[in-house]
Structures are given as C-alpha cells and as structure tokens.
Design a protein. Sequence first.
Length: 317
Amino acid sequence: MEHVIIIGSGPAGLTAALYSARANLHPLVIEGVDAGGQLMLTTMVENWPGYRDGIMGPDLMTELRAQAERFGAKIVGGHVQRVDLSGESYLVETADGRHETRALIISTGASARLLGLPSERTLMGHGVSTCATCDGYFFKEKPIAVVGGGDSALEEAMFLTKFASTVTLVHRRDALRASKIMQDKARANPKIRFEWDSVVEEIRDADQGAVTGIVLRNLKTQAVKDVGVEGVFVAIGHTPNTGLFEGQIDLDENGYIKTAAGSRTSRAGVFACGDVQDPVYRQAITAAGSGCMAAIDAERYLEGLPTPTAEAASAAT
Ligand code: NAP
C-alpha cells in the first residue's frame, strides 16, 4: 500500500512528487506515455521565474525530476490502464501490475486537439504535426500551414518562420483569440500570411503518404480553394486526459476535473493538479503551483486533517 500515487510527470506531477517526498510520503510517480509532459515538446521557456535568460523545456523537466528523486520520489515509466476509486483505498493498474494507494494525485495533463479529418490521421508524422518545436526542422525552406487562432497557433507560426519559406495561418474566424502582443508580432512577420474565416476540409495527399496541400473552405463565402503546403501544424487547443476517471469523479462539461478548496476532487483522498483541472491558466508555473497544493492537501488528508483551504473557507463562514 502506497501513501500517495501521482499519475503524470509534467510540472504539476513532479512538483507534487517533490513536496510529498519532502513530507516523507515516499510518493510513487507513474510517468505516463508522454513523460515530462508538454514542456518536453517546447524549446525555450522564458516565463519560468528565476531563469532570467530562460531555460529549455526538457532541461527544466530533467531538473524537476532529479530534484523530486533527490528527496525519495520513486518515478516509474508506464501508462495507467485503469483506476478504481470506489473503495477506501484506490487501485491503479499499469501493464506491469496493480498498485494500491491511500491517496491519489492526478496530474495527467491535456493532449493536443485534432481536426478530425481522416487524412490528418493518415498523414500524422508524415507532414502533419501537433508540435512545431519537434518537427519544424523538417520543413526548411518549405511552405507550411498552421491551423488555429490562439496563442499556441501564433507561437508555433512564428517559431516555424525560422525554417519554412512561408507560413499560412488558417483561422476559422476573422479575429484571433491570441493575446495582443502575439498578434502584433505575428502580423509584423513577413513570412506569415492569414487565411481568415477558413477551415481545412482536406489535407492532400493521403495516397502519396506526404502532405502536398490543403483544401480550405471559406465559411463566409463557401468558396473552396487549394493551398500548396508541405506541412500542416494543428494548434487548436487541448483536451484534458481524463478518460480514466470518467464516472468516478466529477468532470466539467469539457472533461476537465472539477476541483474545489485547493486540489480536492469530488472523491475524498483524490486530488488533481495541473492542466487536467485547469482550462484557464494552463501555464507551467501554475501547474507546478497546483502540484504543490495537491501534495499539501494529500498530506493533510493522510494525517486526517482538513485541507488548508477547506479549513480557511470554513473559518471564514
Ligand atoms: P486556445 O486558446 O483554446 O485556442 C484554440 C484556437 O483553435 C482558437 O483560435 C480556436 O478558434 C481554434 N480552434 C479550436 N477548435 C478548432 C477546430 N476544430 N477547427 C479550427 N479551429 C479550431 O488554445 P491555445 O492556443 O492552445 O492556448 C491555450 C492556453 O494556453 C491559452 O490560455 C493561451 O493563452 C495559453 N498559451 C500561452 C502562450 C504564451 O503566452 N506564450 C503560448 C501558448 C498558449 P476560436 O478562436 O474560433 O475558438
């Protein structure tokens, strides 16, 4: 029987591991398929406090992992296949076996959303990508497209101009969702052109096994046109990884875990932190902060104490 199992190893999970290890709870961290989380797919992180010149995402995760291990966190590879939260202790199953725990911290993060086109699936990894920092290098001097109108899409588009000959940004509306500063930067970049009010109807050419172009439909005029590109980067947001927990704890209408009074979920002893419960801030630093909260909440729970925020809330009423 473990004191605490942490599912997921992004900034939230590893910060929860660091804090619960330092509380002598000997946490078991099950990394998940994407060990290290979304920061493993980034290059320079410039907004993590304390690094005035920035730090590479993978380097930051390596440091966080080593820091958690230094205090006794056990970090194992593997993917959780099933959890059972119905008993007084909780069961977590991986391909390697079953684990039982008194408290569970969920930090399974969120995954890239896709357009849902069959050609997108067929060509994924063959010209279609959800990660500019991973795959941008393959598109030196080639025309590419980025789909989406949020900060991620603009960030990827600007990053990709380092490699691509042109970047066509395809957005379904005529106004971007991204922050003003990102919009200004993207609009000022001569390599980026915009296709407004447009959706990708098809990515060519699944038969050739390579991207040769996209078919766009303008939602205002219904006009359809072909744009020749050799790569398509899909940057239309993320979906929380909560399939394992459906029907066992409360989720919101978008599938994010509902938390209250810190990191508490609808089941006692089960806590959630990071992007899996945060549709709003979704930053590495807020994920790490919420991981710290989850560890403290789990520690208090295991000691039979009310969580700090629940205590504060009841004192205030
Ligand atoms: P997001 O803000 O949810 O934006 C998703 C974009 O994709 C929206 O423009 C949306 O269009 C579009 N979209 C969604 N589904 C689509 C579909 N099926 N087909 C076509 N377009 C679709 O997601 P995000 O850009 O990943 O950003 C997530 C959060 O992280 C945000 O809070 C963002 O500020 C933050 N972030 C910050 C930075 C930074 O500060 N450096 C970088 C990246 C992300 P609509 O606009 O029409 O809904």
